[in-house]
Each structure stands twice: as C-alpha cells, then as structure tokens.
Design a protein around this ligand. Structure first.
Ligand SMILES: [Zn+2]
Length: 378
C-alpha cells in the first residue's frame, strides 16, 4: 500500500513523500505516460536519468494488446516495462470514452469496440479490477465515466452517480482479492459543476480509499473553468491522502493545481510534443522545425543539463527531425521529460521555501509571454 507524508505546505500547496511498494517518490510529482507498456521513444534507463520516478500505463491499451493475462504471464508491468519504480494504471474508462467506438453503457458495464481489431469488449468494475491486478501496478484506478467537456448538467450528473456506484463495486472487488499491495484510488467526476463535484467527493471519501483522483478535467473546458473546479479540492479530500489530477500536464495548469493542493499529475504532453518537434524550456516552447534554428549551435536550453542539451545543438536536432531520424524524437523526449522533472523539483523547493505564489507568477510570465510560443500544440 501507499502512504503520503506531507513535509511542507505553502498556502494549500503541499510537498512531501509518497511511499509505494516500489520505493519513495517526492511530491508534487509528474508521471510520464507509457501508453502501451513503454514510454514512447526512450529506454527505462533514459527515463531514470531524465529524472522520471513514477510512470503511468494505460489499462485500455494493455487489455486489448497483449491482454491482462499475457502481461501477468510476462511477470507483470514492472517486469515487462523494465521499470522497478512505482507505476500507476488508469482504469481504461477514459480511453473507452475517447478512443473506442462505444456501443452500450449502463450501470453494470460499458461495451465497446476495440480500436485495434474491431472486436467487442466489455468493462465492468470487477473486470477492471481483475485486469489491473494482472498488470500489477502500485496504484490502480476505479472504473469511472468521463463525459466530454461540453456535456450537459444531466449527462454529468448521471456520470457522477454511475462513477460513485462503480467506485463501490471496485472497492468490493479490490478487497475481495485479499491482502493487496495495490492501492485503489477513487475518481471524482462532476465536470465544471461545483455541487456535482462536492457530491462526488463526499461519496468517495466515505469509501475511505488510499487516494483520490480528480477526473473529467482538461477535456476542453479551458484553463479558467478547470481552476474553478479545483478550488474546493483541498477541503473536499482528506489531507493525509494523495490527490491526483488526471491527464493534466500544461505547466500553467500544473502550477494552478499544485496551488490548490494537488500532488500527482500525468500527461502525454512532454512525450507527444517531443515527437512533434516541440521543446519545453523555461522561456517557452521551441518549435524545432522552424527554419530559424537551422544553423543555431546553442543547446535547446542553455541551463539544461540533460543528455540532449549536453551533446546536441538546436541546429542538429532540427536537422534530425527534417531527415526523419528516430534519434530526433528520442533526444527531445529526454529533454522534455528532464524539463518536467526539473519543473516539479523547482515547485517542491518553492513550496519548502514558502515562495510558490510569486515563483509561479514569474514562471508563467516567462513561459507564456515569450515570443517563442508556437500555435499551442497539444
Ligand atoms: Zn535539455
């Protein structure tokens, strides 16, 4: 099981240590996404040296290919991924709603068509727990229903009720598996509706779970609405449990969420942006395909100590992208993950020194006021 020790607070922001069966990690933490059992483009060794300490894998992708049973036969996700740090698996629900062709949903189950081979698949709370047990991650997530950002109040209310029901079912199935080293997190839904978020949180906290996630944000509602929806999180969830904001990775959003008491994040942003030739820096995002970098001998970021910045120039990396060399994506992934690790470390030390509010303002103005910002590619 996991436990969180909060060591410093600054306003609602917390910095601490999350203990897991696969070691201790400092929070707030950012988890890179290993969608199908690998963080795209990098080896576990490169992940570790980029500063990544905890990663996420997608249950949806693993259940379709190679299947939970096969992962178990291969020794579980840790063995399969060559990663001995903590792993979190999501429930598969989010991808069912966003990727798969949804066929049917009721309080018992969700039936969908696999995007891999078109086969009909079914997820129930019990099956969701069974697959995640086979995968063997340290933190597992309840099955939830995540409505789109423009969903009506009625739709979101129904998703909240269903997600509460599924949280109870998941807890029952998780406990029925006997003594477990895995920790089950509940997922708050409720979109941008404060009363629905409150109802969702209250029901989950009653279940006394090892941790709580905030879902259904970063689905198109916009920064301001997201921040508003997080305002009550600190009072809604117990102080001694980790709080995880799902799928949010924009640095500005991470800062706003940390300032509202969030401890854990995951997002494909650093890895996906890397494959699209965007580099994160403290001065904003660089688009390496731009011709302006053609003969630039400087590293991506003068102050970055990552492998890419220590050995390659902007001009070289731009060339590798134009020549479609695989190394290009690998180098930028290493750099972006290193940036996110450094960013979270800076946030933690800012919390410890009690200066997060002013530091956050300065970082946001550096990163977002700069001429380097491209057409915000996500
Ligand atoms: Zn770098």
């Amino acid at each position: 099981m996991i436990s969180l020790e909060v060591q410093h607070t600054d306003g609602k922001a917390r910095a601490g240590v999350l203990s897991t069966p696969h070691g201790r990690v400092q929070t707030p933490i950012f988890m890179p996404v290993g969608t199908a059992g690998a963080v795209k483009g990098v080896t576990p060794e490169q992940l570790t040296s980029s500063g990544s300490r905890m990663i996420l894998a997608n249950t949806y992708h693993m259940m379709l290919r190679p299947g939970g049973r096969t992962v178990e036969e291969l020794g579980g996700l840790h063995a399969m991924m060559g990663w001995d740090g903590p792993i979190l698996t999501d429930s598969g629900g989010f991808q069912v709603f966003s990727l798969a062709h949804l066929r049917q949903i009721d309080d018992e189950k969700v039936v969908f068509q696999s995007h891999v081979d078109g086969s009909l698949e079914e997820l129930t709370p019990g099956r969701c727990m069974e697959i995640q047990r086979q995968l063997g991650a340290d933190v597992i997530m309840q099955l939830d229903e995540c409505p789109p950002g423009d969903a009506t109040l009625e739709h979101v209310a129904r998703a909240v009720d269903r997600s509460i029901l599924w949280a109870k079912e998941c807890k029952r199935a998780w406990l029925a598996g006997g003594e477990s080293v895995q920790s089950l997190f509940g997922i708050q839904q409720g979109g941008v509706f404060a009363d629905l978020r409150a109802r969702s949180a209250e029901a989950l906290v009653e279940l006394n779970l090892p941790g709580y996630a905030i879902g259904g944000l970063s689905v198109g509602e916009g920064h301001e609405a997201m921040v508003l929806a997080l305002d009550a999180a600190d009072s809604q969830f117990p102080a001694d449990r980790p709080r995880y904001l799902m799928g949010v990775g924009e640095p500005r959003d991470i800062l706003a969420a940390v300032q509202r008491g969030i401890d854990m994040f995951d997002c494909v942003l650093p890895t996906r942006n890397a494959r699209n030739a965007f580099a994160f820096t403290w001065g904003g995002r660089l688009r390496l395909r731009n011709a302006q970098w053609t003969a630039d001998p400087a590293p991506l970021d003068e102050n970055c100590s990552c492998y890419a910045c220590s050995n390659f120039s902007r001009g070289t990396i731009r060339h590798l992208f134009m020549a479609k060399e695989m190394l290009a994506a690998t180098l930028l992934t290493i750099h972006n993950l290193h940036f996110f690790a450094e960013f979270m470390a800076a946030i933690r030390s800012s919390i410890a020194s009690g200066t997060l509010e002013s530091d956050a303002k300065q970082w946001v103005s550096q990163m977002y006021a700069s001429r380097r910002i491209p057409g915000d590619e996500k």
